[in-house]
Design a protein around this ligand. Structure first.
Ligand SMILES: O=P(O)(O)OC[C@H]1O[C@@H](O)[C@H](O)[C@@H](O)[C@@H]1O
Length: 311
């Protein structure tokens, strides 16, 4: 099926639902939903949520204006799904690393670049729409196992994502994952993140050394940290947008905080030199010794919820 035929098939299935549109962005297909509380756009490639916006408010998520919407390339922004490893494969636990034999495997796994299937769109009520995407992972030179992945995105007065992994093969496998949220902020220098005070983190910019701070997280230089075993919700205070974003996680004990700042911004793909002022990644994850191992027929599910309050 070519792009136009795929869109036609999706329209035949979901086009009659109120507020649902299927759109083509260059080489990619996205489903957009709009209800009485919010609107959102999710790309089939990577099951990548690209936008969530409550009526009359700025976007929750940052999305690069330099996205080129090409097959096989994750969009810079929104919420990419990183699986079955996070970041550089070599920084993953041995039991995750030893499963991957390909030379130069992509950063953050391979499912953010694959075409997922739109499995369902459901209008739950006038303020809530649920979008379900699925991907069947089959053995390949990148990863020799079979898994069924599902991402359920609930668009309402808050945004929720539930990511499920089911081992449908005959062998156990291990993985790390992240829902790599790029938050849209008015001016990152003015933002503070509460909920990470006193939580030990690994500073990947300081030789992966361990550190801890009793202050809220503020960004005034490049930040690339893995906060370990975060127990409560976090809160992003954004005075420029006069709002707070409360992010709650389930089965995602680690939190990656990332802002590329000046120098890294220049070499990042699909990222303007000044974009670092407008975004802050706070990524819900299970990494390092929080990896998961699934025996045949076992499942794992992790999730996040983002709720905005306006001051
Ligand atoms: O450019 P990518 O592969 O999307 O990765 C972006 C960033 O993702 C973050 O999760 C990492 O902590 C950073 O080190 C990395 O630069």
């Amino acid at each position: 099926m070519n792009l136009a035929e795929s869109v036609q098939a999706l329209y035949a299935e979901y086009g009659a639902l109120k507020g649902v549109t299927i759109e083509i962005y260059k080489q990619l297909i996205a489903v957009s939903v709009k209800n009485d509380a919010a609107s959102a756009t999710v790309f089939l490639q990577g099951a990548q949520v690209a936008e969530y916006k409550r009526v009359g408010e700025p976007s929750l998520l940052w999305l690069s204006e330099q996205c080129d919407y090409q097959r096989g390339k994750a969009l810079r922004g929104g919420i990419p799904v990183c699986w079955p490893w996070f970041g550089d494969i070599d920084k993953n636990p041995d039991s995750v690393k030893c499963q991957v034999s390909a030379d130069n495997p992509p950063a953050h796994g391979f499912v953010r670049e694959q075409m997922w299937r739109l499995a369902n769109v459901e209008l739950i009520d006038s303020e809530t729409t649920q979008i379900t995407l699925e991907l069947d992972v089959t053995p390949s030179e990148l990863w020799p196992f079979s898994a069924a992945l599902r991402l359920v995105v609930t668009v309402g007065s808050s945004l929720s994502l539930q990511f499920e992994v089911h081992n449908v093969g005959g062998q156990p496998f291990s993985f790390t994952s992240a829902l790599h949220s790029y938050f849209n902020v008015a001016e990152v220098e003015a933002v503070e993140v509460l909920g990470l005070e006193g939580v030990e983190y690994i500073d990947t910019l300081e030789g992966w050394s361990r550190s801890c701070s009793s202050d809220p997280l503020r960004v005034a230089a490049e930040v690339d940290r893995i906060y370990r075993n975060v127990t409560g919700p976090i809160q992003i205070n954004d005075p420029g947008f006069a709002r707070q974003i409360k992010v709650t996680h389930s089965h995602a004990p680690d939190l990656v905080a990332w802002n590329p700042w000046v120098v890294k911004s220049i070499r990042l793909s699909h990222f303007a030199d000044q974009d670092f002022h407008k975004m802050l990644c706070l990524e819900s994850a299970h990494l390092l010794d929080n990896l998961q191992t699934l025996a045949p027929d076992q499942s794992y599910s992790m999730g996040l919820n983002c709720r905005i309050s306006v001051t």
